[in-house]
Design a protein around this ligand. Structure first.
Ligand SMILES: Cc1cc2nc3c(=O)[nH]c(=O)nc-3n(C[C@H](O)[C@H](O)[C@H](O)COP(=O)(O)OP(=O)(O)OC[C@H]3O[C@@H](n4cnc5c(N)ncnc54)[C@H](O)[C@@H]3O)c2cc1C
Length: 414
């Protein structure tokens, strides 16, 4: 039983672990923790086929939508159950991350805002992993300030015509559906003129161009819309309500990222095992060096603080409360911890830390982590935006100046 597990949660944990042990291959010790972030998949079709296979198995066994209501194929349990499931699943080879944007963010948004027809059309194939989703919010000049976006959607009979550009769209290249935030009215203040659409990504007028990251992988894309078409019945919520609908997605994005990072809990142990392998190879343990010892101790203390902070969040969720500033602080703390950890891992390996997968220790995953973790400090709210939230909501500092809040969008200099 974990700290704060109630008897009911402990039973759920045992049930989850038993199913995982009976059905899913375990991860090797050196693979646990999220250190293979943003890797390139040599055969993407095979990777997607494997992901679909496992998602369907999870759905059949009732593990796909822990917090989804039972009427939509979920278990109707709490976010705390979801955390427990993720803690257990982190030790197994379940490559279903490509469905996270749909199930973690799109599904809850459709449940909150969709019509019965929309829910019936999109939720079942989403949960079973038959259709992959992406999030089309960020643009070249609208990231942290996403309400400043410029992609237009203009009504034309029973359809909307979409023209503009999105960027950093994770998984757009294999997605069937996109959650699109676009401007339908430029003559009202920026938050009021937005609408939220579900757009078919496989149509003329949608061009997806991969962006290659410094990890070598290409998980993000630029997406160009040139008079792409969206049927009016694919509008989620009313026209002009897009910002409120998007807030539902963004709230669930934080929760989804938090849940993903639960898997990182084991990464400190993974680092310790890597130290032991370096010691075997070189005959000297890295912790003999007082500087390495000092850095490792610092990371361990930060890790313990985060563990307790996570328990605080779990306790709040268990009471049915929504942790907002705590979530921001935990994401800030954890992503900075992971970056420091990966930096130490490659430093300890010395020049060997730069080697490719064939020659490097732990198949080069530490170099990937070193290059990939900085992205986690940007996605779902940058470090600076999270500090703003903490400053305003926890420390009571004055709010950000928002001078363009009440100005019609068309009068804001572009
Ligand atoms: C791994 C990853 C996955 C992503 N996936 C998606 C996706 O699937 N779909 C999608 O739509 N987007 C996605 N994004 C984009 C992400 O949402 C944006 O990168 C993020 O919102 C920041 O926006 P920006 O990159 O335009 O930076 P900007 O907002 O231009 O920020 C630039 C710098 O200025 C700072 N800054 C900005 N405003 C303030 C402020 N008010 N106060 C203090 N500092 C400020 C920022 O912290 C940052 O350091 C992803 C990004 C990453 C890294």
């Amino acid at each position: 039983m974990e700290l704060f597990d109630t008897p009911e949660l402990a039973a759920f944990r045992a049930e989850a672990r038993a199913w995982l042990e009976a059905n899913v291959p375990p991860l090797g010790e050196e693979e646990s923790g999220v250190i293979g972030l943003f890797a390139e998949h040599e055969d993407e079709e095979a990777f997607l086929a494997k992901a679909r296979h496992w998602q369907a198995r999870l759905a059949d066994a009732g593990w796909a939508g822990i917090t989804w209501p039972t009427e939509y194929g979920g278990r109707g349990l709490t976010p705390v159950h979801e955390i427990v499931w993720r803690q257990e699943a982190a030790h197994f080879d379940l490559p279903v991350g490509v469905f996270g944007i749909g199930i973690g963010m799109g599904g809850p948004t459709i449940m909150a805002w969709g019509t019965e027809e929309q829910k019936a059309r999109w939720l079942p194939p989403m949960l079973r992993g038959e259709e992959i989703w992406c999030q089309l919010f960020s643009e070249p000049a609208a990231g942290s300030d996403v309400a400043g976006l410029r992609t237009r959607a203009v009504r034309d009979g029973d359809e909307y015509v979409v023209t503009g550009q999105k960027v950093w769209t994770s998984g757009a290249h294999y997605s069937k559906w996109g959650m699109l935030l676009a401007r339908t009215d430029p003559n009202v203040p920026k938050h009021a003129g937005l609408s939220y659409f579900i757009i078919d990504m496989r149509q003329p007028g949608v061009e997806v161009r991969p962006l290659r990251q410094m990890t070598g992988g290409a998980n993000f894309n630029e997406v160009f819309f040139d008079e792409a078409r969206v049927p009016a019945e694919h509008l989620l919520g009313a026209e002009g309500m897009g910002w409120s609908v998007a807030l539902t997605t963004l709230m669930h994005e934080r929760v989804a990222i938090g849940g993903y990072l639960v898997g990182a809990a084991g990464v400190f142990d993974t680092l310790r095992r890597m130290f032991d392998r370096v010691a075997e190879e070189r005959g000297v343990h890295p912790l003999v060096d007082p500087v390495v010892r000092d850095r490792a101790t610092d990371l361990y203390i930060r890790g313990q603080v985060l563990r307790f902070m996570t328990q605080r969040i779990i306790a709040k969720l268990a009471k049915g409360e929504i942790p907002s500033a705590e979530g921001a602080a935990a994401k800030l703390g954890l992503t900075s911890l992971l970056s420091r950890l990966a930096n130490l891992a490659v430093d300890v390996q010395g020049p060997a830390g730069m080697l490719g997968p064939e020659d490097a220790i732990d198949d080069g995953r530490w170099a990937l982590a070193f290059l990939g973790y900085p992205g986690m400090r940007i996605a779902g709210g940058t470090d600076q935006i999270l500090r703003n939230i903490i400053g305003e909501r926890v420390l009571g500092l004055p709010g950000e100046p928002r001078v363009d809040k009440d100005v019609p969008f068309s009068r804001i200099p572009g």
